[in-house]
Design a protein around this ligand. Structure first.
Ligand SMILES: [Zn+2]
Length: 195
């Protein structure tokens, strides 16, 4: 369900804090459009650190794998990346559908094209796109607490959600499962991968 306890602005703020703490750079230098790699100088290991901080902050489990890896695993090798390590049309179509959920006016994701080198993908990860991944997980909050049945989620610090009935921690889905479920549903709705 779409939760409304933690607004997107708060997620962006916490994302900036996690990045600034990991990379030891001024928070003011980080904008929602900053590419973590291109603009802020993050390296692959930094992503583990940033993810860990976010998991602690929100009580969530971030995805460990990119959507490309999930497509390959679910629909077969070569579905998302060809033998030259370039993105297939299928991969680009799926990624564009996913990105368009949080699209703003004027944003078109033109750099995402079939034939693009998959190694260029990490540089496209921005503060905003990572925050959307967090929001996706937060929005997996079920309506009712599975432990006591109450629908009275609350947060005291603005980042951790607990049950107002039994104080259980919010049972979010993990990031990888969410991507897999999304891929399954999107393939059913759009039939992008012809078998
Ligand atoms: Zn409860």
């Amino acid at each position: 369900m779409k939760q409304n306890l933690i607004p997107f602005e708060r997620v962006i703020e916490e994302m900036k804090t996690a990045i600034s703490d990991t990379l030891t750079i001024d928070k003011e230098k980080i904008t929602s459009d900053s590419s973590l790699i291109k603009d802020l100088g993050a390296e692959s290991l930094d992503f583990l650190d940033i993810n860990y901080r976010l998991e602690q902050t929100f009580g969530i489990k971030m995805a460990r794998h990119f959507i490309i890896e999930h497509i390959e695993e679910m629909f077969g090798e070569g579905t998302a990346v060809d033998s030259n390590g370039q993105l297939t049309e299928t991969a680009v179509k799926l990624m564009k559908i996913r990105l368009s959920a949080g699209k703003e006016a004027g944003e078109s994701f033109d750099e995402l094209t079939p034939g693009m080198d998959m190694d260029a993908l990490p540089a496209m990860v921005t503060v905003k796109s990572m925050s959307m991944a967090v929001m996706d997980i937060l929005d997996s909050l079920p309506e009712k607490c599975p432990a006591c049945g109450a629908s009275s989620w609350k947060t005291e610090d603005g980042t951790h959600v607990i049950c107002g009935g039994c104080s259980a921690e919010a049972p979010y889905e993990n990031g990888d499962d969410l991507i897999k479920n999304w891929l399954e549903k999107t393939q059913k709705d759009h039939n992008i991968i012809k078998s």
